[in-house]
Structure formats: structure tokens, C-alpha cells
Write a protein that binds this ligand. Structure first.
Ligand SMILES: [Zn+2]
Length: 494
């Protein structure tokens, strides 16, 4: 038993502690362990929604720690002389700010599947599962539920469309990796607007079975869509995730542009719409300890907030939620005073355009042998990041690339974390790990229904709030949804 657990038990056994206080402490302990909330079959607390929304726009900066929000704000102050839209709106009296708790059914640290499914159907899920709870029950996801009530639906993301977060609003699978099945469900269930990456799963063969949809494959095609004529739009712009902002060419549309097009189509709906917008690669840059790519992804998400802000201006019929599914890697400037400022200035304003760590990885992968990969690394890091590594730094990176342990924390021994740590001495931004964390996360909301979001909200509670705000009649199971589905242990959690 840990020292903290021993202290807690000693306090609980102390006669000075009242029974009520002891119960409270036990509940707190259970909550901290991530198992405090009953996960199944509990009635949702009655949301105190007093206004009805016609539309829901649910914006997700995937894997955004508070540190990521801060870094993007500092970046925009430096480069554009303004606050981020997110922090500006946090001071707007029309917006409510909340801290969201995110633990999954199996632990304090959620993955994106369990988190998105918590919003999508209102239950705690095991990491990896999407709208199938640990008891095997299937639950109607939010977009499908909304469509049953006459609403149009849309999913816009910088990841594969079939990735965990959009899947949480649209699919039922025991394992997030079942992206072929997710694609088939998203298309057959009639999601009206799908924009993102992932032709690996949203294949031409699958698209050929879809009737009445405009299909586009690049930014020019998306730009040419007549949004007044098209009712259903599917845009898939890369084989996997969209490239990071730092690595993109003009054939890939940006998140703000995809969002604009989605809103133009969905807002023609007679009965309103539900649109999820995900800055999905914020999470990936955090996983790879890549500070510059992280800031650029978050800045793009922030620009997308500006697009949505324009859409809701002067309307009182749209509930807007801006949040993240979980924290990730907890980045932050961690050098004091002027030293920190100088380091961040070097990071934010590079002499030559930067590429991501992913670009470095892709270039290394072109080399055939392990030795050649290692030999190419310093030149590629200099080309991508504008930093010539010193002898000691190179020794540490090389050791990590060869699979040796370079960090005391075993879970952090991936070369990207090692490179990120080395670059912290140059750019001032450190990361706690390459993984998600249990931190409560930021949430902003405005419009009808936002009044029901308190200062602290659990991810599962948001489901009940948006359903009540939209005034949805109870969901009807799709054929086969009464069947119980056994869960499968996930290979990946991210
Ligand atoms: Zn992740």
C-alpha cells in the first residue's frame, strides 16, 4: 500500500473523523482512482436546461492540455499581437467556462474512444470501446440519435474520419481499430457531411455504394462544391490523417475551410443540425513531444473557433461547446524569466519554415538499414527544426534511436520524447510524458443549453445536456443493436 493510501486509511479509521466525512473521503479516494462514478445504468442527473437549441456545434481540440492552450495563446500574442480566440471568449460573459473530468470506465486516463463515446451516448466506456459499454450493451450514438429527430449531421476532422473521436458520435464497435467497420457504419447510417482523412478505410469501393453524395478528394474539389445544391458531402483528402499544418501542401484543405463548407451545407437543414469539429492532430503532436507542430495545430483549431464564432453571431438557436477529450503530455515553457522568453521566441519565429517530427520519421523511414536511419537523423533534425544538435545531445538521441533506454521513466522511452526533451533546452517547452494524462480539462460553451453546464462537469453529463438542449425524443435502436457485443482488449490507446 502506498504512503498516501496508508494515510487515507489511517484517517478513515480515526475516531475524530465523522462517518459522513469518512464517506466523503472514501468517495473522493474512489473518484481519484477513476472508479468513483457508477458507470452503467445510472440515471443521468436531470439537466437544468431551460432553453432549446436547434443546432449543436461540438468542437474538440483532441488531447489539449491547459499548457497547449497557453502555448498557442503566447504564440498568437507574439506572431499576431492578439489573444487566442479561446482565451478571449473565456472572458466573454456570453460564454460559460467549466472544467471537465474525463476518466474512463477502466482508469483515470481515458483514450479518445472512451472519451468520445462518453459524449456520444452518455456512459463511461472502457478504453478502446465506442458506444458499447463494458456490459456489452450497444448505445445509439449522438449523430444517429439526432438524425432520428430530423437533424442533419456532420463530422469534420484533421484525422482519419474513422478515427476515435468522430466515431464516438456515429459508430458502434468494440474496438476503435475497426475502422473499416466504422467507415461502413458512417456511410450506411447517412452522416450528411464527412470531411477529413482516411481513404484507407473510406475506400472508392465503399463510396460507390453511397447514393446522392458529392465526393471530393482535394482542396480544389472542396472549393468547387456548390453548397446551395449539395445536401450530402463526403471529402477524404489523404490516405491516413491529414498532414500536420507544418507539412501540408495546397491540395489539403485546412480545418477552418472544411468547417466553413460543412456549416454552409448543414445550416440549410429545416430541423437543425449536429456538427462535430475535431482538431485531431493536436493530440498527435502532443504524443510526439513536438512543440512547434503542437502550437501550429492548436492555432489552426483556434482559427476554426473564429469561423464558428462568425456563424453563431446574432443567432440564439445554436449550442456551441468548445473543449477537448483529455489532456495529453502536459506541455509548458519551463525555463524561468527572460531565458524562457528567449527560448520561446526561438520556437515561435523560426528563421526557416519548420517540419514536424513526423516528417523526420517519414524521411528516416526511406532509409533501408537501421544504421542509415541513425546516420541521417542529425541532418534531418537540423533541416526540420533548424537546430544543430551538440555532441552530447546527438549521443542521447542516437542511443534512443537504437532502442536503448534514454529516460528514467520507462513509459517515456520513445525517440520522439527524447528529441522533445533535447529541444526543451533550445525552445524551453518540456513534456511530462508521451501519453494522455488524467487532468481535468477546459470547456467553453454558449447558447441554449449551456446554462446547464456547471463549473465542473463530467464528460458523460455533457451527453444528457446536449440531448435535452436539442429536445431529442428517446433514441430508437438500429437493427441488431439489442445484441450484446463482447469487448476486445485494445492494442493501442491514444
Ligand atoms: Zn491521443
Amino acid at each position: 500500500m502506498s504512503a498516501i493510501a496508508e494515510q487515507m486509511e489511517a484517517q478513515l479509521l480515526s475516531p475524530r473523523l465523522s462517518r459522513r466525512a469518512a464517506m466523503g473521503a472514501m468517495a473522493l479516494g474512489a473518484a481519484l482512482a477513476g472508479t468513483g462514478r457508477p458507470s452503467l445504468g445510472r440515471p443521468l442527473p436531470p439537466p437544468r436546461v431551460t432553453r432549446k437549441a436547434r443546432n449543436l456545434i461540438f468542437m474538440v481540440s483532441d488531447g489539449m492540455s491547459a499548457g497547449t492552450l497557453t502555448l498557442a495563446d503566447l504564440y498568437l500574442q507574439k506572431m499576431e499581437g492578439r489573444r487566442s480566440n479561446w482565451l478571449r471568449l473565456a472572458s466573454d460573459p456570453a460564454f460559460r467556462r467549466s472544467l471537465q473530468t474525463t476518466h474512463s470506465a477502466d482508469g483515470p486516463v481515458t483514450d479518445s474512444a472512451a472519451a468520445a463515446a462518453a459524449w456520444g451516448s452518455g456512459f463511461k466506456h472502457t478504453n478502446g470501446a465506442i458506444n458499447i459499454t463494458p456490459d456489452g450493451r450497444q448505445h445509439v450514438p449522438l449523430c444517429i440519435h439526432a438524425a432520428q429527430n430530423g437533424k442533419k449531421t456532420g463530422l469534420v476532422t484533421t484525422t482519419r474520419i474513422t478515427h476515435a473521436t468522430p466515431a464516438g458520435f456515429s459508430a458502434n464497435v468494440p474496438l476503435r481499430d475497426m475502422e473499416k467497420e466504422i467507415a461502413a457504419q458512417q456511410l450506411s447510417r447517412g452522416i450528411d457531411v464527412l470531411l477529413g482523412g482516411g481513404t484507407k478505410y473510406v475506400t472508392d469501393e465503399l463510396l460507390a455504394q453511397v447514393r446522392g453524395a458529392a465526393v471530393v478528394k482535394d482542396a480544389a474539389g472542396l472549393g468547387a462544391v456548390d453548397t446551395l445544391a449539395v445536401a450530402r458531402l463526403i471529402g477524404v483528402f489523404s490516405r491516413h490523417h491529414l498532414p500536420f499544418v507544418t507539412d501540408r501542401d495546397a491540395s489539403i484543405p485546412s480545418l477552418p475551410v472544411m468547417t466553413e463548407r460543412a456549416l454552409q451545407i448543414l445550416s440549410r437543414s429545416a430541423d437543425g443540425f449536429v456538427l462535430q469539429i475535431e482538431g485531431g492532430r493536436v493530440d498527435h503532436a502532443a504524443h510526439s513531444s513536438d512543440a512547434y507542430a503542437l502550437i501550429c495545430e492548436q492555432a489552426e483549431f483556434d482559427e476554426t473557433i473564429g469561423v464558428v464564432e462568425k456563424f453563431i453571431a446574432g443567432r440564439d438557436d445554436t449550442l456551441l461547446v468548445i473543449t477537448t477529450d483529455h489532456a495529453n503530455a502536459n506541455p509548458g515553457i519551463t525555463l524561468y524569466g527572460a531565458r524562457g522568453r528567449a527560448a520561446f521566441d526561438r520556437l515561435a519565429a523560426p528563421a526557416t519554415p519548420r517540419k514536424s517530427f513526423e516528417w523526420v520519421y517519414d524521411q528516416m523511414s526511406l532509409r533501408s538499414s537501421a544504421d542509415e536511419k541513425v546516420k541521417a537523423a542529425p541532418g534531418l533534425v537540423e533541416e526540420a527544426l533548424g537546430v544543430k544538435l551538440g555532441e552530447t545531445e546527438l549521443g542521447i538521441l542516437t542511443s534512443s534511436l537504437r532502442g536503448k533506454r534514454a529516460v528514467p521513466f520507462a513509459a517515456a522511452n520513445v525517440w520522439t520524447f527524447v528529441l522533445g526533451s533535447i529541444l526543451a533546452d533550445h525552445f524551453g517547452v518540456g513534456f511530462v510524458s508521451p501519453n494522455h494524462t488524467s487532468d481535468a480539462v477546459e470547456l467553453l460553451a454558449t447558447g441554449p443549453g449551456s446554462e446547464a453546464i456547471g463549473p465542473v462537469v463530467d464528460n458523460t453529463d455533457l451527453h444528457g445536456i446536449v440531448v435535452a438542449a436539442l429536445g431529442l425524443a428517446p433514441a430508437r435502436n438500429l437493427p441488431g443493436m439489442e445484441e450484446l457485443v463482447p469487448l476486445v482488449k485494445p492494442k493501442t490507446e491514444d
